[in-house]
Every structure is written in structure tokens, then in C-alpha cells.
Design a protein around this ligand. Sequence first.
Ligand SMILES: C[S@@+](CC[C@H](N)C(=O)[O-])C[C@H]1O[C@@H](n2cnc3c(N)ncnc32)[C@H](O)[C@@H]1O
Length: 341
Amino acid sequence: MNTPLDPSSILQTAFGFWHSKVLLTAVEMGLFTKLAKHHRTGAELGAELGLHPRGIADFFDSLVAMKFLGREGEGVTSKYFNTPEGLHFLDETSPRYIGGILVMLNARLFKFWNDLPEALRTGKPQNEIKHGQKGMFEELYSDLPRLEQFMGAMTGISRVNFEVFAEKFDFSKYQTLCDVGGATGLLSIESAKKHSHLKCISFDLPPVESIAKKHIVAAGLEDRITTASGDFFKDSLPKADIITMGMILHDWNLEKKMHLIRLAYDALPPGGAFVAIEALIDDARRENVQGLMMSLNMLIEFGDAFDYSGADFRQWCSEVGFTRFEVIHLAGPSSAVVAYK
Ligand SMILES: C[S@@+](CC[C@H](N)C(=O)[O-])C[C@H]1O[C@@H](n2cnc3c(N)ncnc32)[C@H](O)[C@@H]1O
């Protein structure tokens, strides 16, 4: 007998935006931060968040059913509390907070993805730059709160990857690292924390420098991490034994990707390592859903930008002169792909 066909995965994905919006709303409201110290009844929590009584139990119990909150007891006297993951990653005061990416998903990408059909038909971006003349970073960085929101989002999406990279990559042969498009300096901070011999430079556009400096000082690493400001389409890169680019190549079209790969090659000594960290698409383009959708997100954000596979990276880097390659799996859908000069 044939097994009956099951439509549940179709329906689960179709309704996925309900799940997403409930979690993103909870983060935007600071729910996990409010619950950090005390367990709360629905009424207490609802009052603190300024919620109408109608939705309270449905909202919090949906989060319980999705395993993003715990609840002790039943009914109106029951109390909600954070799961260990909620406490660790979604309480704003936690040193491993990653909620910044959820805040940006809610504030920007949720609505821009509504225009995916238009992006697919036109090949044009659907974000803030849709009706203007400015480039994506120029537009985002013209408004300080939005720049800070973007920096928080980068921390959220990259933190765990950079922690694993600092652990797995063999730094023993190298003395210096330059992280290109280093944002808050997080990759340099995580690498320098784990490898006491390493000196790092976090290179980014001028508006980002003061934010990076603040984070480097907060980590107490200003003696081993410096910042450098520049535009990688106009300036050369600081020389270093390792050049890293976390989610940089995927922001650009092929011509600009090749420019960046050549720039990295020129900044490295023989034997130096060029590392790209991305939600690297599997070579057959069948498995890494997040990597493939990240590439669709690049269509929404930039138009002609796209994500790529390890095989693509290897081909581009070989053309520039790199000779040896390696893929290091990091967290979830992300990998570091390394080209040695
Ligand atoms: C997608 S973010 C990645 C941030 C960080 N590397 C990570 O993986 O979390 C891209 C970064 O590239 C920087 N950037 C964009 N255009 C640049 C340019 N022309 N020159 C230098 N940095 C640039 C941005 O300011 C931003 O910090």
C-alpha cells in the first residue's frame, strides 16, 4: 500500500511567518529581557509590556508551545520564565545577546520580503534604496539609530560563527589579522581573546570606527586591536598574515567580489590566509536552505549581489593566484572558506 501523501510540511512552511512574527515581536518588546530576573504571571508581564488583556495568554502560550518560553503551573496564576537559550541569547544584558538580528528582521526585512515577487521580476532591491539614488550602506548609515541597529544585527548573526572560528582556525602560524568590513570589531575581539599572540586591525567605513573602538575598549583589547577606516573600493587594505571578510563578498556582484579577492591577495604575504565567512551554499545547491535564502536576501537588499558556494570561491580565488583551499564548518548554516596564498 502506498503511504498517504502528507501536506504538513507545505502547511508548516506556509504558516511560518506567524511563528516568525510572534518571536520577533517578543524580542522587539524586550520580553526576554523583562523575564531575565523574575518569573512573571501573564497579567504581570502583559502590564509591564503595555499589552491589551485579549492577546496575553495566546501570545505567551504560543511562545511556550514553540519552546521559546517556559511556564510553571496552569491558568491565570501560572508563571512564565526564560529557557536557558532565551536567557543566554535573547536577554539584552547577556554578553552573548544575539537579539539584534531579530530586531532588524522585524524592523526592516519582514516588510521588504513582502516585495519578493517584485524583486524576482525586476532583479531590483526592495529596501530603503528602492526609490532613491544612494547605495545601501550610504542610505543605512545616514541615520545613526539605523547604523546602530545594523551593527547590532551583524553581532546577532555573526557572534556564534566568530566564536567557533576563533576556536577552530589554526592561528599558530600567524601574527596579524585584518578583518575587512569588521563592523563592531567582533571577529577581531573573539580571535584576540582566544589567541594572546595575535594583533588585529578592524577595517571598515569611517562612520563605523567609533562604534568598533567602543566595543574594543569594552573588551579591554585596545593594546592588540586597532581600527582603520577606509573604502575597500578606493583604498588598499592594511597588510596582514590573515585577511578575513565576514559576510562581505555576498554583498556585491561578481566584478566587485573579484576586486575584493584581488585586494586581499595583494595585502597578504606568501602563505597568508584569506578567510570568507558566509552561510556558504553547498556545491550542489540542494541543501543549505539558509544560504540560498540569504542569497535571495541579497537580491532584496542590493539587487545584483549574491551568495555562493565553496566551489565558486575556489574558482574565483584560483583565478587571482591562491593555491590551496579549505572549508571549515562553523555554526548552523555558516562556514569559513579559506584560500591560502
Ligand atoms: C554585512 S556587514 C558584515 C559585518 C561583519 N563582517 C560580520 O560578518 O558580521 C558588511 C560590512 O562591510 C562594511 N562595508 C560596506 N562597504 C564598505 C566599503 N566600501 N569599505 C569598507 N567597508 C565597507 C559595512 O560597513 C559593514 O560593516
